[in-house]
Design a protein around this ligand. Sequence first.
Ligand code: ATP
Length: 306
Amino acid sequence: MSAVIATRGLVKRYGRLRAVDGIDLDVRAGDVYGFLGANGSGKTTTVRMLLGLVLATSGDIELLGARTARARQRVLPRVGALIEGPASYGHLSGRENLALLDASGPGGSWRTRTRRIAAVLEQVGLGGVGRRPVKAYSLGMRQRLGLAGALLRRPDLLVLDEPTNGLDPQGISEIRALLIDLHRGGTTIFLSSHLLAEVEQLCSRVGVLDRGRLVLQDELATLTAPTGATVVVTPAPEQARALLDGRLTSVTGDRLVVRGSDPAEVNALLVRGGVPVTGLAIERPTLEEVVLARTAASPDRVEAHP
Ligand code: ATP
C-alpha cells in the first residue's frame, strides 16, 4: 500500500503553543481517512501545512511521493482541497465561479473547459441551478460548489477540512453520498472533522488528534473489531443470568454481555433453557468508546453527535 500522505515528527509552533506537536500521519492510497479532533486540536493547521499554505516549524511531509517543498508544489495540482468554507464571488453564478478557478487549471479548448465545468457541476448535484448567483445559494449548495472546484482537476487526493460544518442533516447526507461516490471512483480522501459519528459512517481509517498530538491512528475495522463477547437482549434477564452464570461480563437491564463470540451457541443455550431472546449480536466497541478511552483526560472534547 503506497503512502499518499506521510508526515514524520510534524510540528507547528505559534509562540509557545505547539498547535501541532510531532505527528506521524499515514494515509494510504484508497483510504477515506478521518482526521478527528476537537475544536482547536490542530486539524486546520495540519491541513494547511500539508497543502503548503503554512510552513512547518519542523518535521517532514511526503505528499503523493513528493518529499521536498518544491516537489510538493509540483504534485499539488493532483490534490483537490476545500478548507474553511469555499471562497466564491456571490454575484457570479456557480458556473462562472468555476470558470475563474479553471482559468488557472489544466487548460484546453473553450469546449473542453465548458464540458469539464458542466461535468463537475453535475457530479456535485448542481447541474440544474442555471445562472442563479452564488449569494442566493444555501450553505449546502456553496459547500458543494467548493467541492466542484476541488474536483476540477480530477484529483487523486481530496483534502477536506470539516466539509459538513454548518450543514443541515440533508446537506450532510448529500455531501456524504458524494464523497462515497468519489471514493468508489478511485479518489483517496482525507477529511478533518470534530464529529465522531460522521467519521464512523464514512471513513476506513482514522487518526485522532488531541491537543496537537496524534493519540490514535488505525483502520476503523481494527479499532472496532469484535471484543470476543456476545450481547444478548432478553425480557427474562434473571432466567438468562442463571443459565449463563460464570460467563457474564455485565448485565444492564435486559442487556447481558456474555463471554464467547459465537452468538448461535449462546442462543441455543438460552432457547434450550426456555429463555426468550429478542436481540443477539457480536459485541464491538463503538468509535466513540475507543476515542474516549484514548482522550480520557478531556472526554468532552470530541463530539459524538452533531
Ligand atoms: P477548529 O475545528 O476550531 O478549526 P482545529 O483543530 O482546526 O480547530 P487549529 O485551527 O489548527 O485547530 O488551531 C490549533 C491551535 O493553534 C489553536 O489553539 C489555535 O488558536 C492556534 N492557532 C491556529 N492558527 C494560529 C495562528 N495563525 N496564530 C496563532 N495561533 C494559531
